[in-house]
Design a protein around this ligand. Structure first.
Ligand code: C2E
Ligand code: MG
Ligand code: MG
Length: 588
């Protein structure tokens, strides 16, 4: 409402009243007042629906119907302006009814003069404004001016009711900035706040422009984007035709946010991850939809951030489990929860040890032993594999050196390298420092790599492998046979051994195909002058077949389980006593 311009709507079936009201309003000084008139219940209802007056004057008697009914209907349909009820005579009961129905004031027609009308209108508008302010504070986020969680929940509830009635789908996007904390920590909270405001503006503007995919229903248009708190935003998409459309919208938001923000002279880049839940497939109430969109968002984070994911039923358990596992994993190094086990590799012909593979174990304070198959992928996704891998390298090198110093071992230790470690620029310096610090000679360290590592970026990988080889380290291809490496590539890699994947060994004594594959791998290794080591040897029969096929080395439960340091030490001591350390040296 402009300060000096007032739009008043009179709903009254009596023309005399209209004329009287117009004359009274004309007496009010200092304001330009526009009076509109609706003479029937229906016309009044329409006027309330249009919602473009600053105040409504509503006659109690409207032909057959009564003004109280219309008042109730207007308030229920969301009329924002104050409504003043006009009646023929004063009655205490009517007064109470009017107030309860939501009237701002109550005036008796015969007693109204210009001053009273002006005062009533002024108070009604003033009160309504402060009510609106309080409501705004309760329902809008003060930083971004976007709807807050309460209002979003209300709107979502309405949208669900509408979708149910019209058999439509409604989707919510749960959007969270990636690494927001880092921006707050490095550039300060002021820039963090500016960023949240910038993000809010971009999201809201983009929704306002509204494309063909998102048809906003009028009542929801301004409350579609909300800030739930922190760096979490939600977007309500009503009336989506196809579930995929929600994905398109999510992608668009992610792209919009990827443009740099200029905040306080800083150019700030952010990405966002989004989760999508769709009514009614992913939930039929507010809580379920919000929770599931949130779960899907966490999944997007785990998929490497800067992407969106649709909720899937099977996400629930794993996403939350992984999330808490991720937090625990972050602390595991400081809390000294990792341990290396060592599994010996044997020369099949002589039965002597030819190496020890270091296998990481995580002693989780609550879950007990967690398998590397479970946490290594998580460590890779989160980048935690880098510090963990450094710890493994140093620990394994130091252990092997300790065994050598105790006169127990002259065999190499094998350490598994994951793909992520392999792409770290400082891999070479990490390796050098592990050897330096531990004092282990490089020929006593073998790095186990997988086909997926070397096939990813062959040129860069080949030169890195050569660099490692020139340092005096040896390289073994782990889990061989399940990846995609071709023989011609293998020739270019400076490998020392190929480890035949357990899946070919499991049925090697019963399945002719597996035996044929193992045989081919062994023959190829021979021709490339590489050692072949069979993994996962569990039975005498398997070992026998491998021996017949001419396989040089074996590793598996039959020969020894992976052992904690003390037991591995005892085992080494037993063998070195029986044979003398020198004869324990492998053939490779
Ligand atoms: P891998 O390098 O192929 O290690 C061999 C896996 O087979 C080990 O599982 C070992 O315990 C298991 N194994 C040994 N003998 C037998 C057997 O006779 N039968 C069967 N069924 N399994 C046998 P583990 O220790 O659970 O490790 C799983 C994988 O986790 C490893 O596969 C390796 O890829 C990865 N990993 C383990 N430690 C590390 C580490 O320090 N760094 C990295 N990057 N990866 C690691
Ligand atoms: Mg291995
Ligand atoms: Mg393996």
């Amino acid at each position: 409402m402009e300060q000096n311009r007032l739009r008043v709507m009179l709903v009254d079936d009596d023309e005399d009243d209209f004329v009287m009201t117009r004359d009274l309003l004309a007496e009010i000084e200092g304001k330009s007042i526009e009076l509109d008139w609706a003479s029937t219940y229906e016309a009044g209802l329409e006027a309330f629906g249009q919602n473009n007056h600053d105040v409504y004057l509503l006659d109690y008697r409207l032909g057959e119907r009564n003004g109280l009914e219309l008042l109730t209907e207007a308030v229920a349909s969301g009329c924002k302006a104050p409504i003043i009820l006009l009646t023929g005579q004063r009655g205490r009961e009517l007064d109470i009814q009017a107030m309860e129905a939501g009237a701002a004031d109550y005036l008796v027609k015969g007693q109204i003069d210009a001053a009273l009308l002006e005062r009533s209108i002024r108070y009604a508008i003033g009160r309504r404004q402060s009510e609106q302010q309080i409501l705004h504070m309760a329902y809008y986020d003060s930083l971004t001016n976007l709807p807050n969680r309460s209002l979003f929940q209300d709107r979502l509830c309405q949208a669900i009711a509408l979708a149910e009635r019209h058999h439509r789908k409604t989707a919510i996007l749960f959007l969270d900035l990636d690494n927001f904390k880092r921006i707050n920590d490095t550039l300060g909270h002021r820039v963090g706040d500016l960023l949240l405001q910038g993000v809010a503006d971009r999201l809201a503007n983009s929704v306002r422009k509204s494309d063909a995919i998102v048809h906003q229903s009028p009542g929801l248009a301004d409350t579609t984007v909300a800030r739930l708190g922190g760096d979490e935003f939600t977007i309500l998409l009503t009336e989506i035709n196809q579930i995929q459309d929600a994905g398109k919208v999510a992608q668009r938001f992610i792209e919009i946010l990827s443009q740099p923000f200029v905040l306080d002279g800083h150019e700030v880049f952010v990405t966002a991850s989004a989760g999508i839940a769709v009514y009614p497939v992913d939930g039929v109430d507010v809580d379920a939809l919000l929770k599931n969109a949130d779960t899907a968002m966490y999944h997007a984070k785990e998929q490497g951030k800067n992407n969106y994911q649709f909720y899937r039923r099977d996400m629930n358990a794993t996403a939350f489990q992984e999330l808490s596992l991720e937090n625990d994993l972050r602390r595991a190094l400081e809390h000294d929860e990792f341990e290396l086990y060592y599994q010996p590799q044997l020369d099949i012909r002589t039965g002597q040890f030819i190496g020890m593979e270091a296998l990481i174990r995580w002693k989780h304070p609550k879950r007990g032993m967690v398998s590397p198959a479970e946490f290594i992928p998580l460590a890779e996704q989160t980048g935690l594999i880098v510090p963990i891998g450094e710890w493994v390298l140093l620990t394994a090198c130091a252990q092997n050196k300790a065994w050598q110093d105790a006169g127990l071992s002259s065999i190499p230790v094998s350490v598994n390298l994951s793909g992520h470690q392999f792409t770290q620029r400082n891999l070479v310096s990490t390796l050098k420092s592990s050897l330096d610090v531990s004092g282990l000679a490089p020929q006593y360290l073998i790095l186990e790599i997988t086909e997926s590592i070397v096939m990813r970026n062959t040129d860069a990988t080949i030169s890195l492998l050569h660099e490692l080889n020139e340092m005096g380290l040896r390289l073994a291809m782990d889990d061989f046979g399940i990846g995609y490496s071709s023989f011609s590539y293998l020739k270019q890699f400076p490998l020392y051994a190929i480890k035949i994947d357990q899946s070919f060994i499991r049925d090697i004594d019963t399945n002719a195909d597996d035996a044929a594959i193992a045989k081919a791998i062994i023959a190829m290794a021979d021709s490339l002058k590489l050692a072949a080591i069979a993994e996962g040897v569990e039975t005498e029969q398997q070992l026998e077949v491998l021996r017949e096929l001419g396989c040089g080395g074996a590793q598996g439960y039959l020969l020894s389980y992976p052992l904690p340091v003390e037991e591995a030490t005892t085992l080494l001591a037993t063998q070195s006593q029986a044979n003398g350390v020198d004869s324990a040296r492998g053939n490779y």
